[in-house]
Design a protein around this ligand. Sequence first.
Ligand code: FAD
Ligand code: NAP
Length: 340
Amino acid sequence: MMNIIEAASLKKLNTFGMDVKADYLSEVNTSEDIEQVLEFREKKNIPLFILGGGSNILFSREIHELVLLNRLKGIELIEENQKHVWVQANAGENWHEFVLFCLKNNWGGVENLSLIPGNVGASPMQNIGAYGVEIKDVFHSLEAINLKDGKAKEFSAEECRFGYRESVFKQEEKGKWLITKVNFKLTKVDHILKTGYGAITTELEAMHVKTANIQAISEAVIRIRRSKLPNPEEIGNAGSFFKNPVVDISIMQQIKRQHPDVVSYPAGENQVKLAAGWLIEKAGWKGYRKGDAGVHKNQALVLVNYGQANGNEISDLADSLIEDIQKKFGVMLEKEVNIY
Ligand code: FAD
Ligand code: NAP
């Protein structure tokens, strides 16, 4: 039976630890719960706000909406052939637990995405990515409910229009759908191992792994992430606050004249991807702190809440960084985190 809490605190439901209240909060565990929430919304005439693990959100205001906390659970093997499995995960499954489930079954494709916080349902939102893999690489389709009329629709990969930390759900379809299930196509045999990104190879060597497999890659990624990234349980954050900017190669060459150590990666014809963390660090912001809002001391791409910062303070800090990076390097940083 659906339960609705009034004036609910969201502090423990977002990894930045922002202490804001929602007018209404309802945890949904079944499709009947969803129907009831939609009815309640209709009756009260209030907008809905979908919340997963709260790990890609910065709340900078009270939420005068009905927050639907997605906790729909379940993972199912839908189909298989000799080489592949088609697996369906309900949106409220924890992403990393889904990855571990796949590894236990020796299904390949998501190992590089180990330890990303949040839920399966949010994974298509920004086409989550890490260590050279994005969910679009293993995505088959998703099911979503239209928040206006309650009708279900299936989205193909093409319809999701995945891009770099982007999808249609962050653009023109923003706020219009509740993603309920995601379908993945994973390998059963002949896994495609991606070890060439970041420190994976070095970490596999440190682990004395002679022949890599998907489980070892996952373990390496987990070890790297644990050593590099601030744990939101200890210090509030939402991972990378900005996207890595993709710019014209001439801009990178201009920066290189002053900074021969500029970090860039090829990104299509005449384009390169710059490491936003490098730009922020070079501009002198790494470890900066004003009140309880700061730039993490080891990871300049991560903005942190040392305890009592509010969303506007973090957002103002982000805007100061954007302005300064634009002034110093002629590059416009774009926020990755969803700000409300
Ligand atoms: P939430 O923060 O709850 O929601 C994010 C957005 O999606 C909101 O707009 C929300 O309304 C919407 N939403 C959520 N669920 C649904 C749904 N079922 N239907 C419709 N809309 C929905 N991201 C990466 O891509 N790669 C990384 O390597 C990575 N590392 C991270 C490391 C740390 C320490 C942290 C804190 C974050 C990291 N992130 C990373 C960001 C974040 O984990 C992902 O974006 C994740 O997918 C967010 O999931 P969530 O359930 O917490 O979403
Ligand atoms: P890193 O390994 O120190 O590398 C710095 C940046 O360089 C990364 O942002 C990555 O871009 C890019 N990069 C590294 N090797 C690359 C290669 N071979 N080809 C193309 N680009 C390359 O990065 P990190 O901060 O420790 O993060 C490791 C991975 O986890 C990255 O993929 C990162 O995106 C992901 N991550 C994401 C979040 C988030 O919140 N979005 C948080 C933590 C980590 P990309 O970011 O484009 O991959």
